[in-house]
Design a binder for this molecule. Structure first.
Ligand code: GTP
Length: 424
């Protein structure tokens, strides 16, 4: 487990922050009450085991930020704790490349610290693309972004940047200069906005001083913000970048939460139809074989009755996991409600689909599910439909009918709609 090192004179403050970090983050904590102790502890630890440190600017045995220099000399992301800020200190902090400073007004400062630590953890997954043909300016941005642990890529050529961002949906932000060979920053912004909305990608325009119209130009072309290269404060830059990326991440988390089932972490019914309707249209156009499957856990009520609801939940999670681990990337599986899952797959013949789902049924019935102090097995019944219909709902209905017959004829079996015994 990676560690956060706290260096502060007050044992009370250290204990308070330690408790919150342990409760709210995946990190362990080491506390030190002065520079001397911090030196001893740092000598004992490998750099890779330290996630970040919280360091008081003024300590009894180091009154002028010497503790910050100690941690920065080992390249450890540093958050400074301070009672007041001045212009001189601000300058000093950014020269030392600290992640942030936090003013110790009251106990709510701890929320700010946790927030900053969470952001540091997330940032390696936040990819930022810099598009800038000036080496000096690109280097300066890279250094600033490295302090906050962002995943940074640099392009001199806007066309190459456009191609890269087009095919890499994990890029969260583009920071682009205006004057560049081949395509200016506003044009690049306009083209990127054709592909990505503001909820998917943040764009920050940049240009040199004296181009007052540039801010309006960039914003008009779809940028979220604009900075003047030589004159921005590092602190202001971080505040802007972090605020855009925080909003983007929150939006994406909400979108994921709205599309995924909370318990099993597979897509929900709504998301299933959003994705599958487009796939179904394409399959109809190209004559691709498709199969719809309804998968339902047998006698699931008795699992809840015998072991309790939380074991029932664990069984649902495990079955979802078994199904998910069997599907191909191109298949879509969703929880339709209760103990029922629906699956849509393309490109498999009816016979193959029968074999495939029989293997899945077998895999689930063989699995020993461990939940709380219990070990149990469950079976599933599966109904299939491979007769392509214009209306996707008709296929799902046919798969559902087959599932009903699988249940009626003994459960733990796969029934294909083409083999339905209509009398039942
Ligand atoms: N633990 C848990 N149980 C759920 C959840 N959603 C639905 N259920 C339970 O799933 C059970 C479904 O029971 P039934 O519809 O009678 O079906 P069954 O017992 O699986 O019987 P067959 O489908 O006929 O084999 C009910 O007891 C529901 O309360 C859930 O999210 N968690």
């Amino acid at each position: 487990m990676k560690k956060i090192i706290i260096v502060d004179d007050s044992k009370f403050f250290c204990a308070l922050v330690e408790k919150q970090i342990i409760e709210q983050t995946p990190y362990g904590v080491i506390t030190c009450n002065g520079l001397e102790e911090a030196n001893v502890i740092l000598a004992r630890l490998e750099r890779e085991t330290i996630h970040a440190c919280l360091v008081s600017y003024r300590l009894r045995d180091a009154t002028d930020g010497e503790s910050i220099e100690l941690f920065r000399s080992r390249d450890i992301p540093t958050i400074v704790l301070i009672s007041d800020i001045t212009a001189t200190l601000r300058n000093k902090f950014w020269q030392l490349r600290v992640v942030d400073y936090v003013i110790k007004h009251d106990k709510y400062v701890i929320n700010e610290i946790i927030h900053t630590l969470a952001r540091l953890e997330r940032n390696p997954n936040n990819k930022i693309v810099i598009v800038e043909d000036s080496r000096t300016s690109a280097k300066m941005l890279q250094i600033l972004l490295d302090v906050h642990q962002y995943d940074v890529m640099h392009f001199n050529d806007p066309k190459e940047a456009l191609d890269y961002v087009k095919y890499h949906q994990d890029v969260k932000m583009v920071i682009t200069d205006y004057n560049m060979p081949g395509m200016d920053g506003c044009e690049l912004t306009r083209r990127l906005r054709r592909i990505y909305s503001k909820q998917e990608l943040a764009i920050l325009g940049m240009s040199g001083a004296g181009q007052t119209i540039m801010a309006a130009n960039f914003l008009k072309h779809g940028a979220d913000d604009f900075i003047i290269k030589q004159s921005f404060l590092a602190e202001e830059f971080y505040l802007r970048i972090n605020s855009y990326l925080d909003s983007l991440n929150t939006y994406q988390e909400l979108a994921t939460a709205a599309s995924y089932d909370f318990l099993t972490n597979v897509p929900n019914r709504r998301h299933f139809f959003e994705v599958v309707e487009a796939m179904h249209e394409s399959a109809l156009r190209h004559g691709t074989p498709v199969t719809c499957a309804m998968i339902d856990i047998d006698k699931f009520k008795s699992v809840n009755d015998k072991y309790g609801h939380s074991v029932g939940d664990a069984v649902l999670r495990e079955v979802a996991q078994l199904i998910k681990s069997s599907v191909r990337k191109s298949d879509v599986v969703a929880r339709f409600g209760g103990e029922e899952f629906c699956m849509y797959m393309t490109g498999m013949s009816e016979d193959h689909a029968g074999d495939y789902f029989d293997k899945l049924r077998q895999k689930i019935s063989d699995a020993i599910i461990r939940a709380e102090e219990h070990s149990l097995r469950v079976t599933v019944s599966i109904g299939l439909c491979s007769k392509i219909e214009h209306d996707l709902n008709n296929m799902i209905e046919a798969a559902d009918k087959s599932l009903y017959q699988a249940k009626e004829t003994g459960r733990n079996r796969v029934i294909h709609h083409s083999k339905l015994i209509e009398a039942l």
